[in-house]
Write a protein that binds this ligand. Sequence first.
Ligand SMILES: [Zn+2]
Ligand SMILES: [Zn+2]
Length: 109
Amino acid sequence: MSAYAILDRVRVAGISYPPTVYRALNDLIELGMVHRLQSRAAFVACDHGSCDGKAAFAICRECGKVVEISLSDKDERQLLALTPKDIVAEQITLEIAGLCASCRPAKAT
Ligand SMILES: [Zn+2]
Ligand SMILES: [Zn+2]
């Protein structure tokens, strides 16, 4: 969901001040309850209610369906091991783009 879509939704509930919404989003991201999708400038609710940021995402480029992939500590260590020496890793963003099952057959016909 984009920030604009979220603003539209909460406006119905009487919240129309964007900074309030952005602050709430940031809090939820910090709590691991919402994840930011870097490649789409969008936000997605955590599949597990909350996780500590160790997650990757597979995104259908057709319908925008997002599947959260949990990363183990081992996965994270292996990704961090790829970091070059002159960069100190702060955050890992891993997003896989593709087509979901329901978008594939539609494309074939
Ligand atoms: Zn999560
Ligand atoms: Zn799809």
